[in-house]
Design a protein around this ligand. Structure first.
Ligand code: PRP
Length: 183
């Protein structure tokens, strides 16, 4: 679905699918260059990162492999519960590998902070983070992020993998959810 299909539920469109596509091409070129000559393992964080993983990986000109983790720090509401749990672990042994974690959004930073710490203990050759969206005003935990798609305001955003109560992930654009939907 596109923003036009959801005009009642969106108070603002932040980034169109065209802008997202363009930014991903730029990031992919940077990643291709940074990882030249090295085997790259992309670790996607379910569920939200499905869209960015699919598009980023296909924008790369080099080979990569992919694996997935499922982490949950949110319930069905609009605020973090503050609790991080591993719901699904990797199927790959990452020791000695060059790992790039791929996320849809860095909000408080709790999820990525936990994940980086957890994966570092498995002794990868290197570990970096890419997030499509980041809310600088919401950060409560410092996370070293190498690749950022867009910094966005501290509002409840949906689309391009980002959900509210499981819905809106299949919106191509990214926008701000109208308060009437969740109030
Ligand atoms: C979202 C998002 C990140 C996390 C970011 O995941 O995909 O993983 O929240 O928030 P934080 O920086 O405050 O930790 P969520 O737990 O909602 O699961 P989902 O990917 O299935 O939507």
């Amino acid at each position: 679905m596109d923003a036009a299909d959801l005009s009642q539920d969106l108070s603002e469109v932040l980034h169109t699918r065209e802008a997202i596509d363009q930014r991903l091409v730029e990031l992919a070129a940077q990643i291709d260059s940074d990882y030249a000559g090295r085997d790259l393992l992309l670790v996607g964080v379910l569920n939200g990162a499905v869209m960015v993983m699919a598009d980023l990986s296909r924008s790369l000109k080099s080979h990569c492999t992919m694996d997935w983790m499922a982490i949950s720090s949110y319930g069905s509401g609009t605020k973090s519960s503050g609790v991080v749990r591993i719901l699904k672990d990797l199927t790959t042994d990452i020791s000695g590998k060059h790992v790039l974690i791929v996320e849809d959004i860095l909000d408080t930073g709790l999820t990525l902070s936990y994940l980086v710490h957890n994966l570092k203990s498995r002794e990868p050759a290197s570990i970096e983070v890419m997030t499509m969206f980041r809310k600088p005003e919401a950060a409560t935990t410092d996370v070293d992020v190498k690749y950022v798609g867009f910094d966005i305001p501290n509002k409840f955003v949906i689309g391009y993998g980002l959900d509210y109560a499981g819905r809106y992930r299949n919106l191509r654009d990214v926008g701000v959810l109208s308060p009437h939907v969740y109030e």
